[in-house]
Design a protein around this ligand. Structure first.
Ligand code: UPG
Length: 464
């Protein structure tokens, strides 16, 4: 186990809070933002951040304007579960399975080492919701267990109701009931069986994710507190339901607004300069987060739609996916569009030139669009994305899902016209401006709900 340490500056930390990250996709980064924000608010507390070397190396290196220099955060790297010389067999989620198998033991060992090295017993354990076994670790250590759910409250609510959904819909033949609306869960409306995350009732119920989330949903009520990256005004009824089911549930987001996350200027800032030259609301931002992989056909169809449409575009596209674009695509679209492997998405969305986003409905992107008041066009791929898409389209009415669930040239063009020039688009904009304002109010001092909730979180994790 590699261990990199940043020791606390004051040497008098009373409490010692352990954070346990899920080291895949966009899970560890928001947890680190929260850790840094807590650490800045509690300088005498020690915060140990347990995560794999690969994940921590990428997120700790991204220092951000206005954040602390991590003086009371201790970076504790744990084993990723891949045995030396292991040859990957190419199974889906093989790396996640290896990690999850080794994680309970690896985390326990890492905590023991950290306690011995610092001379401070861990006084509270904060884990990503996926790491449900940390509840057991906290119980053994007789310390509070606090859980961070990185997605929205609706997906959490679905996962804690998985047994009820399976019982009421029936697993056998559930596929034939795809259009059935979930009317039996209080506070849920306009959500169909087909919108539920894979592994709840449709898809592979034996997958690592399905089992992990099912297990999580069953034990989460044992946590002392569950908090999420959302804001309670978004859906007060679901917030109340979660509180009654879980005992104590709060929202502290949008995290990017709460922590005043400002992405540092880097080479990709050329895109911000380019945006400065564009007319207000004239650009489509396109980005699919950190894990999804559209097919070559879909990348080509989307590329053609953007090229032929009236809008300019800024496309965050990883190099391996960029290779799918036809030869000469980037050159011939110079001036009309930019294609970059990574952009400062929060800043891009906040730019006045961006009028619409084309995303995969990953929760962080949905919330960032909401906070920046940018309507969405979406193509969900996995996990919570279908659910988020249905919420965006049918519940909050702040965007639209692409027809047929895949990118086609005509489908994307139609969506762009609808959002940027149609009456529906005006409605989306009006609705998202309203929600964006609520999101901003939630983090406004002194009484914004997420700020108040953050104080509760701080009190619970630092209490001895
Ligand atoms: O060029 C880019 C592309 C992405 N981002 C950031 O990366 C994050 C992407 O997060 P998200 O939209 O949630 O996508 P994923 O990385 O795919 O997130 C995974 O984790 C989320 C939270 O649990 C789930 O909602 C998603 O379904 C799951 O795929 C956001 O904060 C973006 O601002 C950038 O800063 N620049």
């Amino acid at each position: 186990m590699a261990m990199t340490t940043t020791t606390p500056s004051d040497g008098s930390a009373a409490s010692h809070v352990a954070f346990f990250a899920f080291p895949f996709s966009t899970h560890a980064a928001p947890l680190l933002h929260i850790t840094r924000h807590l650490a800045a608010s509690a300088p005498t507390t020690l915060f140990s951040f347990f995560n794999t070397t690969k994940s921590s190396s990428s997120i700790f290196s991204v220092s951000r304007e206005g954040e602390t220099n991590d003086t009371n955060i201790r970076r504790c790297d744990v084993w990723d579960g891949v045995p030396e010389g292991y040859v990957f067999k190419g199974k889906p989620q093989e790396d996640i399975e290896l990690f999850m198998t080794s994680a309970p033991e690896a985390f326990r060992k890492a905590v023991a080492v950290t306690e011995a090295e610092t001379g401070r017993r861990v006084s509270c354990m904060v884990s990503d919701g996926f790491l449900w076994f940390v509840g057991q670790m906290a119980e053994e250590a007789a310390v509070p267990w606090v859980v961070f759910w990185t997605s929205g409250e609706h997906s959490l609510y679905i996962h804690i109701n998985t047994d009820l959904i399976r019982e009421r819909i029936g697993i056998e033949g559930a596929d034939s009931r795809r259009n059935q609306v979930l009317t039996f869960i209080p506070g849920i409306s306009n959500i169909r069986v087909q919108d539920l995350p894979d592994g709840v009732i449709l898809g592979n119920l034996e997958s690592i994710f399905s089992k992990m989330l099912h297990q999580m949903g069953r034990v989460l009520h044992r946590a002392d507190l569950v908090f999420t990256n959302s804001f309670q005004e978004l859906d007060p009824v679901v917030t109340v339901e979660l509180n009654s089911k879980l005992g104590r549930f709060i929202s502290v987001g949008p995290v990017n607004l709460l922590t005043q996350q400002k992405q540092l200027k880097d080479s990709s800032d050329s895109c911000l300069r380019w945006l400065d030259e564009q007319e207000t609301g004239s650009v489509a931002y396109v980005g699919f987060g950190s894990v999804v992989r559209p097919s070559k056909d879909e990348i080509i169809a989307l590329g053609e739609a953007l090229e032929e449409s009236r809008v300019k575009f800024l496309w965050s596209l990883r190099e391996d996916l960029k290779a799918f674009l036809p030869e000469g695509y980037v050159e011939r679209n110079k001036g009309k569009g930019m294609v970059l492997p990574w952009v400062p998405q929060v800043k891009v969305l906040e730019h006045r030139a961006v009028g619409v986003s084309i995303i995969h409905f990953g929760w962080n992107s949905v919330l960032e669009c909401m906070a920046a008041q940018v309507p969405m066009i979406g193509r969900p791929f996995l996990g919570d994305q279908k659910l988020n898409g249905q919420l965006v389209e049918a519940v909050w009415e702040i965007g639209v899902q692409v027809e047929g669930g895949v990118f086609t040239r005509d489908g994307v063009r139609k969506c762009l016209e609808l959002v940027l020039h149609g009456d529906k688009g005006k409605k989306f904009k009006k609705n998202i401006v309203r929600l964006g304002k609520l999101a901003q109010e939630a983090v406004r001092p002194p009484k914004g709900s997420s700020l108040v909730n953050f104080t509760t979180l701080l009190e619970i994790v630092t209490k001895r």
